[in-house]
Design a protein around this ligand. Structure first.
Ligand code: PEP
Ligand code: MG
Length: 623
């Protein structure tokens, strides 16, 4: 065994070398293709499923059922002093597996009839295996006695158990061998902290069907190859949904009864506008959807004509429309959509799908590339916003386990605690500033203290850079606060005194104000940004910024929905940032409305207490 495999590779997987994912090629969410047949899906006629319509558009193509199967596991030795850490790593992976299955189990309860029963039974069996002493004790013993990594101990122990079951005469017990393999694959996958698969080898136009697609998975999806996706888990405002929208990938999430219901290669329609997933569509339905696709393309061509026209209301109020960017490759899309800058560059992409942290130079190059693509248009770089639903693998050790991650050590809190994270990003932005106008935006600010500390860090980093002989912009780039925590909105006056600009994050602001997890499909129906409490906080922050004469923009998902445009304009917001795909429609809406009428309507809305009435006032506003 090589020195590297003995001591290196902290994830213990050879993950960097091992091909990930699809070697069995037939498993589906909640079970394998064989399970699907066993559960009585012999009739391969049309089946229609409904879920959350999170990313509009229509995709038609063959199903790629994301494999839950074999990952290539490399065995290596661990030293005496690493053994207990290896056992702990295994225990964490098992806990994570229980959590995952618990979520799917809860989702399955919303199904009806025999499907719920069958699936519930299967998932319970998996959960039971995760508690079985024969598996847990067996793996722990292997790690301790043989001093091997957890992945290989799991693989070997599962092979032993599966073999014992497959030797049995009772067909019921025999079938458990496969179930143990699935549970083992889940643990190994968790240990590898890796996406299930890269999507490189997919047939073009594939539709990904999965139990869950994480934001990091979405970052790996190439829209040239993947036409859309549908999952069992996930909410409409989570990051996966946001990334699907910005990549223009039609997506339906939270489709409870999709579990184990699709076989690889079956034809699928994902209707991301209506929240439907149609498996094996009839010819009649296919042709209706093909017509809709053609119609959508015609509409997109019409909207593209707005590209070079200004976002100006009928009574001549000029609005700035900027783009949100999740991945560097979206820069060109932003320019093509007519964005006047990047109002929100989410830097999390730099930390995804990797085991190490991105250095200053890498970050500088990435920001520089975006600035160059934007050709002199301003770019607002947000410092790292991970934690909660936005986990980056490379930060695992920094994040640790949090009882309540959404309220834990995340975003600016993490950056200030782990100053090297913040300093690296600040240095990269300051260096990139010579390639175009930049602003620095801090996520999840909740106090003036955080703004002051971050500004102090900015000055220190600038001093260090100057000492290194790097050119440092003078004045330093503006430093702004995201307004996405209710406490920040309520103390917006105080924050405005220490901030150069505000950007309202309506996604988190809604989540924290209403205590509704934005990524949790079971409470998705309660997530309502039109709740008067959310609107009042937005109004409060806007008025504080206007009084302090600092720029304010809205960059949450509400900004990209033309339905809300008159409300924001009426409240005094003249800068909106959204996914490039959403920009033309918002511009169209702005060009159709009058600011005076929008202001009156916004006032009327702010007098309301009832979300239904607020929605009605927005929906019947003609402009
Ligand atoms: C928001 O919370 O509204 C926001 C823009 O930030 P993110 O979606 O990245 O949390
Ligand atoms: Mg946010």
């Amino acid at each position: 065994m090589s020195e590297r495999s003995r001591h290196g590779d902290p994830r213990g997987t050879g993950a960097a070398h091992a091909p990930q994912g699809v070697s069995r090629g037939s498993s589906g969410p909640g079970g394998s293709a064989r399970d699907a047949n066993a559960r009585g899906i012999q009739d391969r006629g049309e089946r229609v499923f409904t879920g959350l319509p999170v990313s509009p558009g229509v995709a038609i193509g063959p199903a790629h059922v994301r494999d839950t199967g074999d990952l290539k596991v490399v065995e290596y030795c661990v030293t005496d002093d690493q053994v207990e850490a290896e056992v702990a790593r295994f225990d964490t992976a098992v806990r994570k597996a229980r959590k995952q299955l618990g979520k799917v189990r809860a989702k399955a309860e919303s199904l009806h009839g025999s499907a719920a029963e069958e699936l519930g039974y299967l998932l319970d069996a998996h959960l039971q295996m995760l508690r079985s002493q024969s598996l847990i004790g067996g793996v722990e013993r292997r790690i301790r006695d043989r001093q091997v990594n957890a992945e290989s101990a799991v693989t070997a122990e599962i092979a032993r158990i599966a073999h014992d079951f497959s030797e049995m005469d009772d067909p019921y017990l025999k079938a458990r061998a496969e179930e143990f393999r699935e549970v083992g694959a889940r643990i190994v996958r968790n240990l590898m902290d890796a996406p299930f698969t890269t999507f490189d080898a997919l047939e073009s136009n594939s539709i990904v069907i999965a139990e869950e697609v994480t934001p990091a998975d979405t970052a790996l999806m190439d829209p040239q190859r993947i036409a859309g996706f549908a999952t069992v888990l996930g909410g409409a405002e989570g990051h996966t949904a946001i990334m699907a929208r910005s990549l223009g990938l039609p997506a339906v999430l939270g489709v409870a009864d999709l579990l184990g219901q699709v076989l690889p290669g079956e034809q699928i329609i994902v209707d991301g506008s209506r929240g439907r997933v149609i498996v094996n569509p009839t010819e009649a339905r296919l042709s209706r959807y093909r017509e809709r696709l053609a119609e959508m393309k015609r509409e997109a061509r019409q909207l593209a004509k707005l590209r070079d026209l200004p976002a100006v209301t009928r009574d001549h109020h000029r609005i700035t429309l900027q783009a949100n960017i999740e991945l560097p490759r979206e820069g060109e899309q932003a320019v093509a959509a007519g964005a006047e800058g990047v109002g929100l560059l989410r830097t999390e992409f730099l930390y995804m799908n990797r085991d190490d942290l991105p250095g200053e130079d890498e970050q500088y190059q990435a920001i520089r590339q975006i600035l160059e693509t934007m050709q002199g248009r301003p770019v607002t770089v947000r410092t790292l916003d991970v934690g909660g639903e936005k986990l980056a693998w490379s930060l695992g050790d920094h994040l640790g386990d949090s009882v309540n991650p959404a309220l834990g050590l995340r975003a600016i809190r993490l950056s200030l605690k782990q100053r090297d994270l913040l300093d690296t990003q600040l240095a990269a932005v300051l260096r990139a500033a010579r390639h175009g106008p930049v602003r620095i935006l801090l996520p999840m600010v909740s106090s003036t203290y955080e703004m002051r500390e971050a500004r102090r860090a900015l000055h220190e980093v600038a001093r260090d850079l100057a000492a290194r002989g790097e050119p440092v912009p003078d004045p330093l780039p503006p430093l702004g606060a995201m307004i996405e925590v209710p406490g920040a909105a309520l103390s917006a006056d105080a924050l405005a005194a220490v901030s150069d600009f505000f950007a309202i994050g309506t996604n988190d602001l809604t989540m924290y104000t209403l205590a509704i997890d934005r990524g949790e499909e079971r409470v998705a129906h309660l997530y309502n940004p039109l709740h008067p409490a959310v609107l009042r906080l937005i109004q409060f922050a806007v008025e504080a910024a206007l009084r302090a004469r600092i720029p304010i923009s809205v960059c949450g998902e509400m900004a990209g929905d033309p339905r809300y445009t008159p409300l924001f304009l009426g409240l005094g917001v003249s800068d909106l940032s959204m996914s490039s795909a959403a920009l033309p429609r918002v511009k169209q809406r702005i060009r159709q409305l009058e600011m005076r009428a929008a202001s009156h309507r916004a006032m009327a809305i702010m007098d309301q207490h009832d979300t239904g009435r607020i929605a009605a006032l927005l929906d019947d506003f003609a402009g």
